[in-house]
Write a protein that binds this ligand. Structure first.
Ligand code: NAD
Length: 257
């Protein structure tokens, strides 16, 4: 049990990677606040955890809205007296080059993927500083390190998450707040399952699998395990790290001969 007695908020906890992290963190002894814009999904995850004997509650939040994020952190402190772990995981992608991406779509994506991390940290860090420390894990992406086609806004947003993670880590090290990120490769979350269920799904899946050194997609729990390590005291000497968990995708320079 790596998180016994810890209070953890996980945003985007209603689906995919966030869902897997909520279940895993609760299994490791944390009290989990499943935070999501989709409150019905968050409630389903909280019920699943309760059914396994864990402690969880659902909280509706849009991470792009300052007042809602402030309210989420304040409620966690009011209910539990502290906040030990924040996982800023909510995010989404859109297709498009810089030429084909509408400014409104760019701004909307940045508001969630980048501002969501900024706001979560802005409101959690003072709480963690007052209580003597804490751990924050942000969800970046392997595309923070490599260019991919037709995802300009998404790639830029995840590069910003990686850079912001490093900047915040050095700003808040003296307050004993460790701030790290995971950079997942291609993970078979509902987001990807939706894409892969289209008419070109099988071909798309083959292409995605072939670019991984391991030649398979990752599972949400394989990212949740990295989040767990970064959030736990096992990672006591780790801050400002962007941990790539991508089945060897970014290490691979070519296809198998
Ligand atoms: P998902 O779509 O399965 O889950 C995302 C969850 O975030 C959903 O429950 C959604 O309701 C919630 N959400 C979206 N916008 C929100 C907002 N404004 N406020 C609160 N909640 C919001 O996606 P996933 O694949 O599990 O992605 C989770 C994170 O991992 C995202 O940041 C994504 O960019 C990142 N990521 C995913 C992959 C992948 O291959 N799936 C790869 C790299 C990074």
């Amino acid at each position: 049990m790596k998180l016994t007695g810890k209070i953890a908020i996980i945003t985007g906890g209603g689906s995919g990677i966030g869902h897997a992290a909520c279940v895993l963190f609760a299994r490791e002894g944390a009290t989990v606040i499943v935070a999501d814009r989709d409150v019905a999904a968050a409630q389903r995850v909280a019920s699943e955890i309760a059914g396994q004997g864990g402690r969880a509650s659902a909280h509706q939040v849009d991470v792009s809205r300052d007042a809602e994020v402030a309210g989420m952190i304040a409620k966690a402190v009011a209910d539990h007296g502290r906040l030990d772990i924040l996982v800023n995981n909510a995010g989404y992608g859109i297709a498009g080059t810089v030429v084909t991406t509408a400014e409104a779509d760019w701004n909307a994506l940045m508001a969630v993927n980048v501002n969501g991390v900024f706001l979560g940290c802005k409101h959690a860090i003072p709480v963690m500083a007052r209580q003597g420390g804490g751990a924050i894990v942000n969800t970046a992406s392997a595309v923070a390190n490599v260019g991919i086609h037709d995802r300009a806004a998404y790639v830029a947003s995840k590069g910003a998450v990686a850079a912001l993670t490093r900047a915040m880590a050095v700003d808040h090290v003296d307050q004993k707040i460790r701030i790290n990120a995971v950079a997942p490769g291609t993970i078979e979350s509902p987001y990807f399952t939706r894409i892969l269920s289209g008419p070109d799904g099988a071909e798309l899946r083959r292409g995605l699998e072939e670019r991984q050194a391991m030649e398979r997609l990752g599972q949400p729990v394989e990212i949740a395990q990295a989040m767990l390590w970064l959030a736990s005291d096992d990672a006591s000497f780790c801050t400002g790290t962007v941990m790539v968990v991508d089945g060897g995708w970014t290490a691979r320079g070519d296809r198998k001969p």
